[in-house]
Design a protein around this ligand. Structure first.
Ligand code: G4P
Length: 289
Protein backbone atom coordinates (compact mmCIF):
# COMPACT_ATOMS: atom_id res chain seq x y z
CA UNK A 1 0.00 0.00 0.00
CA UNK A 2 1.51 3.27 -1.06
CA UNK A 3 0.35 6.11 1.16
CA UNK A 4 1.25 9.62 0.15
CA UNK A 5 -0.15 12.72 1.73
CA UNK A 6 1.13 16.21 1.34
CA UNK A 7 -1.47 18.90 0.95
CA UNK A 8 -0.14 22.31 -0.08
CA UNK A 9 -0.66 23.84 3.33
CA UNK A 10 1.93 21.49 4.78
CA UNK A 11 4.52 23.01 2.45
CA UNK A 12 3.52 26.42 3.80
CA UNK A 13 3.84 25.20 7.36
CA UNK A 14 7.29 23.90 6.66
CA UNK A 15 8.26 27.35 5.38
CA UNK A 16 6.74 28.99 8.44
CA UNK A 17 8.76 26.70 10.73
CA UNK A 18 11.97 27.53 8.87
CA UNK A 19 11.24 31.27 9.18
CA UNK A 20 10.23 31.20 12.84
CA UNK A 21 12.94 28.94 14.19
CA UNK A 22 15.23 31.90 14.89
CA UNK A 23 12.56 33.42 17.17
CA UNK A 24 12.34 30.49 19.57
CA UNK A 25 14.62 29.21 22.34
CA UNK A 26 13.60 25.57 22.16
CA UNK A 27 11.51 23.12 20.17
CA UNK A 28 8.96 20.77 21.69
CA UNK A 29 8.12 17.78 19.51
CA UNK A 30 4.88 16.10 20.45
CA UNK A 31 5.04 12.44 19.49
CA UNK A 32 2.46 9.69 19.63
CA UNK A 33 3.74 7.29 22.32
CA UNK A 34 2.30 4.38 20.32
CA UNK A 35 4.49 5.22 17.31
CA UNK A 36 7.29 7.49 18.53
CA UNK A 37 9.47 7.14 15.44
CA UNK A 38 6.75 7.03 12.82
CA UNK A 39 5.16 10.17 14.28
CA UNK A 40 8.45 12.03 14.12
CA UNK A 41 9.05 14.33 11.19
CA UNK A 42 12.25 13.15 9.48
CA UNK A 43 12.99 16.77 8.51
CA UNK A 44 12.87 18.03 12.06
CA UNK A 45 16.61 17.93 12.71
CA UNK A 46 17.27 20.01 9.66
CA UNK A 47 14.34 22.35 10.31
CA UNK A 48 15.11 23.03 13.94
CA UNK A 49 18.80 23.67 13.45
CA UNK A 50 20.39 22.68 16.73
CA UNK A 51 17.76 24.20 19.07
CA UNK A 52 17.39 22.46 22.46
CA UNK A 53 14.63 19.90 22.18
CA UNK A 54 11.93 18.55 24.42
CA UNK A 55 10.20 15.34 23.36
CA UNK A 56 6.66 14.83 24.63
CA UNK A 57 5.43 11.26 24.42
CA UNK A 58 1.71 11.94 24.35
CA UNK A 59 -1.13 9.41 24.48
CA UNK A 60 0.72 7.27 27.04
CA UNK A 61 -2.71 6.18 28.28
CA UNK A 62 -3.13 4.34 24.95
CA UNK A 63 0.41 2.96 24.72
CA UNK A 64 2.07 -0.07 26.27
CA UNK A 65 3.50 1.26 29.57
CA UNK A 66 6.71 -0.77 29.43
CA UNK A 67 7.34 0.35 25.84
CA UNK A 68 6.83 4.01 26.85
CA UNK A 69 9.42 3.60 29.59
CA UNK A 70 11.88 2.27 27.01
CA UNK A 71 11.12 5.08 24.58
CA UNK A 72 11.59 7.74 27.26
CA UNK A 73 15.02 6.25 28.06
CA UNK A 74 15.86 6.12 24.34
CA UNK A 75 15.17 9.84 23.81
CA UNK A 76 16.89 10.87 27.05
CA UNK A 77 19.97 9.02 25.93
CA UNK A 78 19.94 11.09 22.76
CA UNK A 79 20.10 14.24 24.88
CA UNK A 80 16.47 15.36 24.73
CA UNK A 81 14.34 16.35 27.69
CA UNK A 82 11.39 13.93 27.81
CA UNK A 83 7.88 14.16 29.21
CA UNK A 84 5.31 11.37 29.18
CA UNK A 85 1.80 12.77 28.98
CA UNK A 86 -1.86 12.00 28.56
CA UNK A 87 -3.08 15.38 27.40
CA UNK A 88 -6.68 14.24 27.51
CA UNK A 89 -6.63 13.76 31.30
CA UNK A 90 -3.77 16.23 31.80
CA UNK A 91 -1.47 13.67 33.37
CA UNK A 92 2.20 14.70 33.03
CA UNK A 93 1.46 18.10 31.48
CA UNK A 94 2.04 20.09 34.69
CA UNK A 95 5.75 19.29 34.49
CA UNK A 96 6.10 21.09 31.15
CA UNK A 97 7.20 24.54 32.36
CA UNK A 98 9.74 23.06 34.78
CA UNK A 99 11.09 20.74 32.05
CA UNK A 100 11.60 23.72 29.72
CA UNK A 101 13.42 25.65 32.43
CA UNK A 102 15.70 22.71 33.16
CA UNK A 103 16.41 22.25 29.45
CA UNK A 104 17.30 25.95 29.11
CA UNK A 105 19.04 26.34 32.48
CA UNK A 106 22.32 27.62 30.99
CA UNK A 107 20.56 30.14 28.79
CA UNK A 108 18.36 31.39 31.64
CA UNK A 109 21.42 31.81 33.83
CA UNK A 110 23.15 33.78 31.09
CA UNK A 111 20.07 36.01 30.71
CA UNK A 112 19.94 36.57 34.47
CA UNK A 113 23.62 37.57 34.49
CA UNK A 114 22.85 40.17 31.83
CA UNK A 115 19.96 41.45 33.93
CA UNK A 116 17.32 40.09 31.52
CA UNK A 117 15.28 38.48 34.24
CA UNK A 118 11.87 39.20 32.72
CA UNK A 119 12.76 37.83 29.29
CA UNK A 120 10.13 35.50 27.86
CA UNK A 121 11.12 31.95 26.90
CA UNK A 122 9.67 30.93 23.54
CA UNK A 123 9.03 27.33 22.56
CA UNK A 124 7.86 26.07 19.17
CA UNK A 125 5.40 23.17 19.29
CA UNK A 126 5.64 20.63 16.47
CA UNK A 127 3.62 17.51 15.80
CA UNK A 128 1.72 15.55 13.21
CA UNK A 129 -2.04 16.05 12.76
CA UNK A 130 -4.17 14.55 15.52
CA UNK A 131 -1.26 13.79 17.87
CA UNK A 132 -2.88 15.95 20.56
CA UNK A 133 -1.11 19.30 20.09
CA UNK A 134 -4.07 21.54 20.83
CA UNK A 135 -5.22 19.39 23.74
CA UNK A 136 -1.68 19.55 25.14
CA UNK A 137 -1.41 23.33 24.66
CA UNK A 138 -4.78 23.87 26.34
CA UNK A 139 -3.61 21.81 29.30
CA UNK A 140 -0.35 23.67 29.63
CA UNK A 141 -2.03 27.05 29.17
CA UNK A 142 -4.77 26.09 31.64
CA UNK A 143 -7.47 27.31 29.27
CA UNK A 144 -8.96 26.71 25.87
CA UNK A 145 -6.94 28.37 23.11
CA UNK A 146 -7.93 28.72 19.48
CA UNK A 147 -7.04 25.57 17.58
CA UNK A 148 -4.50 25.99 14.82
CA UNK A 149 -6.29 24.23 12.00
CA UNK A 150 -4.67 21.60 9.82
CA UNK A 151 -7.47 21.81 7.29
CA UNK A 152 -6.99 23.63 4.01
CA UNK A 153 -8.98 26.81 3.62
CA UNK A 154 -8.82 27.74 7.29
CA UNK A 155 -6.62 30.65 8.32
CA UNK A 156 -3.42 29.35 9.76
CA UNK A 157 -1.60 32.44 10.85
CA UNK A 158 1.10 31.81 13.39
CA UNK A 159 -0.13 31.74 16.91
CA UNK A 160 1.72 32.66 20.10
CA UNK A 161 0.13 31.26 23.23
CA UNK A 162 1.22 32.89 26.49
CA UNK A 163 1.73 30.51 29.39
CA UNK A 164 2.34 31.42 33.02
CA UNK A 165 5.52 33.05 34.21
CA UNK A 166 7.34 34.21 31.12
CA UNK A 167 6.76 31.29 28.80
CA UNK A 168 5.22 31.46 25.34
CA UNK A 169 4.40 28.70 22.91
CA UNK A 170 4.33 28.96 19.15
CA UNK A 171 1.61 26.66 17.91
CA UNK A 172 2.05 25.25 14.41
CA UNK A 173 -0.35 23.28 12.20
CA UNK A 174 0.24 19.54 12.08
CA UNK A 175 2.50 18.42 9.30
CA UNK A 176 3.26 15.14 7.65
CA UNK A 177 5.90 14.59 5.01
CA UNK A 178 5.61 13.98 1.28
CA UNK A 179 6.46 10.34 1.16
CA UNK A 180 6.81 7.50 3.60
CA UNK A 181 10.00 5.74 2.56
CA UNK A 182 9.23 2.83 4.79
CA UNK A 183 5.80 1.28 4.34
CA UNK A 184 5.48 0.57 8.05
CA UNK A 185 5.65 4.31 8.81
CA UNK A 186 2.68 4.96 6.52
CA UNK A 187 0.79 2.08 8.07
CA UNK A 188 1.49 3.21 11.63
CA UNK A 189 0.27 6.72 10.80
CA UNK A 190 -2.85 5.25 9.25
CA UNK A 191 -3.58 2.86 12.16
CA UNK A 192 -3.47 5.71 14.64
CA UNK A 193 -5.57 8.02 12.47
CA UNK A 194 -2.91 10.61 11.56
CA UNK A 195 -3.55 9.93 7.87
CA UNK A 196 -7.16 10.33 6.84
CA UNK A 197 -9.11 7.17 6.10
CA UNK A 198 -10.51 8.60 2.86
CA UNK A 199 -7.19 8.08 1.13
CA UNK A 200 -6.79 4.52 2.35
CA UNK A 201 -8.22 1.13 1.74
CA UNK A 202 -9.70 0.28 5.12
CA UNK A 203 -9.76 -3.46 4.58
CA UNK A 204 -6.09 -3.62 3.64
CA UNK A 205 -5.27 -1.51 6.67
CA UNK A 206 -7.36 -3.80 8.89
CA UNK A 207 -5.46 -6.84 7.61
CA UNK A 208 -2.11 -5.27 8.47
CA UNK A 209 -3.29 -4.20 11.93
CA UNK A 210 -4.76 -7.64 12.69
CA UNK A 211 -1.50 -9.32 11.69
CA UNK A 212 0.54 -6.96 13.88
CA UNK A 213 -1.67 -7.41 16.92
CA UNK A 214 -1.74 -11.18 16.50
CA UNK A 215 2.07 -11.26 16.37
CA UNK A 216 2.75 -8.83 19.23
CA UNK A 217 -0.31 -8.88 21.47
CA UNK A 218 -2.06 -12.21 20.80
CA UNK A 219 -3.77 -12.44 24.18
CA UNK A 220 -5.35 -8.98 23.92
CA UNK A 221 -6.62 -9.75 20.43
CA UNK A 222 -8.00 -13.12 21.46
CA UNK A 223 -9.82 -11.62 24.42
CA UNK A 224 -11.17 -8.63 22.48
CA UNK A 225 -12.79 -10.73 19.77
CA UNK A 226 -13.49 -13.83 21.87
CA UNK A 227 -11.42 -16.04 19.61
CA UNK A 228 -10.76 -19.40 21.25
CA UNK A 229 -7.38 -19.42 19.62
CA UNK A 230 -5.69 -17.51 16.88
CA UNK A 231 -5.08 -19.35 13.62
CA UNK A 232 -1.43 -20.40 13.28
CA UNK A 233 0.55 -18.00 11.15
CA UNK A 234 1.46 -19.92 8.05
CA UNK A 235 2.11 -17.03 5.81
CA UNK A 236 4.72 -14.34 5.78
CA UNK A 237 2.16 -12.24 4.00
CA UNK A 238 0.35 -9.94 6.46
CA UNK A 239 -2.61 -9.43 4.16
CA UNK A 240 -3.42 -13.13 3.88
CA UNK A 241 -2.89 -13.73 7.59
CA UNK A 242 -4.77 -10.58 8.62
CA UNK A 243 -7.65 -11.39 6.28
CA UNK A 244 -8.11 -14.74 8.02
CA UNK A 245 -8.18 -12.95 11.37
CA UNK A 246 -10.64 -10.31 10.15
CA UNK A 247 -12.88 -13.11 8.93
CA UNK A 248 -12.70 -14.99 12.24
CA UNK A 249 -13.39 -11.84 14.30
CA UNK A 250 -16.18 -10.72 11.95
CA UNK A 251 -17.86 -14.11 12.23
CA UNK A 252 -17.76 -13.91 16.03
CA UNK A 253 -19.34 -10.48 15.88
CA UNK A 254 -22.01 -11.75 13.49
CA UNK A 255 -21.07 -9.39 10.64
CA UNK A 256 -22.47 -11.54 7.86
CA UNK A 257 -23.69 -10.62 4.41
CA UNK A 258 -26.01 -12.63 2.18
CA UNK A 259 -24.76 -16.14 1.57
CA UNK A 260 -23.25 -16.28 5.06
CA UNK A 261 -20.01 -14.55 4.04
CA UNK A 262 -18.28 -12.36 6.58
CA UNK A 263 -18.38 -8.62 5.95
CA UNK A 264 -14.64 -8.11 6.38
CA UNK A 265 -14.80 -4.45 5.41
CA UNK A 266 -17.19 -3.72 8.26
CA UNK A 267 -14.97 -5.70 10.61
CA UNK A 268 -11.92 -3.73 9.46
CA UNK A 269 -13.68 -0.43 10.23
CA UNK A 270 -14.67 -1.68 13.68
CA UNK A 271 -11.15 -2.90 14.36
CA UNK A 272 -9.66 0.49 13.50
CA UNK A 273 -12.29 2.35 15.55
CA UNK A 274 -11.74 0.12 18.55
CA UNK A 275 -7.98 0.34 18.23
CA UNK A 276 -8.04 4.15 18.02
CA UNK A 277 -10.48 4.60 20.87
CA UNK A 278 -8.37 2.40 23.15
CA UNK A 279 -11.16 -0.14 23.51
CA UNK A 280 -8.87 -3.00 22.46
CA UNK A 281 -6.24 -2.15 25.04
CA UNK A 282 -2.90 -0.36 25.17
CA UNK A 283 -0.48 -1.02 22.35
CA UNK A 284 2.80 0.32 21.07
CA UNK A 285 3.44 -0.39 17.41
CA UNK A 286 7.21 0.06 17.34
CA UNK A 287 10.03 -0.35 19.84
CA UNK A 288 13.51 1.17 20.12
CA UNK A 289 16.20 -1.00 18.51
P1 G4P B 1 -4.04 18.00 17.14
O1 G4P B 1 -4.19 19.39 17.68
O2 G4P B 1 -2.63 17.49 17.24
O3 G4P B 1 -4.60 17.81 15.78
O4 G4P B 1 -4.88 17.02 18.11
P2 G4P B 1 -6.03 17.37 19.15
O5 G4P B 1 -5.47 18.05 20.35
O6 G4P B 1 -7.17 18.01 18.46
O7 G4P B 1 -6.43 15.89 19.63
C1 G4P B 1 -7.03 14.96 18.75
C2 G4P B 1 -7.85 13.98 19.55
O8 G4P B 1 -7.00 13.21 20.39
C3 G4P B 1 -8.89 14.61 20.48
O9 G4P B 1 -9.96 13.71 20.54
C4 G4P B 1 -8.18 14.60 21.82
O10 G4P B 1 -9.07 14.61 22.93
C5 G4P B 1 -7.42 13.30 21.74
N1 G4P B 1 -6.21 13.27 22.59
C6 G4P B 1 -5.24 14.20 22.67
N2 G4P B 1 -4.27 13.82 23.52
C7 G4P B 1 -4.65 12.61 24.01
C8 G4P B 1 -4.06 11.69 24.95
O11 G4P B 1 -2.98 11.89 25.52
N3 G4P B 1 -4.76 10.54 25.17
C9 G4P B 1 -5.95 10.26 24.56
N4 G4P B 1 -6.55 9.11 24.84
N5 G4P B 1 -6.52 11.10 23.66
C10 G4P B 1 -5.88 12.26 23.41
P3 G4P B 1 -11.31 13.93 19.78
O12 G4P B 1 -11.96 12.63 19.65
O13 G4P B 1 -11.05 14.74 18.55
O14 G4P B 1 -12.09 14.83 20.74
P4 G4P B 1 -12.56 14.50 22.23
O15 G4P B 1 -12.63 13.02 22.39
O16 G4P B 1 -11.57 15.10 23.14
O17 G4P B 1 -13.88 15.17 22.28
Amino acid sequence: MNIQWYPGHMTKTRRMIAEQIKNVDAVCEILDARIPLSSRNPDVDELTAGKPRLVVLNRVDQADAEASRRWAAYFREKGYAVLETDAKSGSGTKQFAAAVRTLLADKLRAWAEKGQTGRVVRVMILGIPNVGKSTFINRVAGRKTAKTEDRPGVTRSKQWVPIDRGLELLDTPGILWPKFEDQSVGLNLAFTGAVKDEILDVETLGCHLMAYLADQYPESLRAAYKLAELPARQEENDIAYGYGLLTAAGRKRGFLVSGGEVDTERMAKILLDEFRSGKLGRFTLELPD
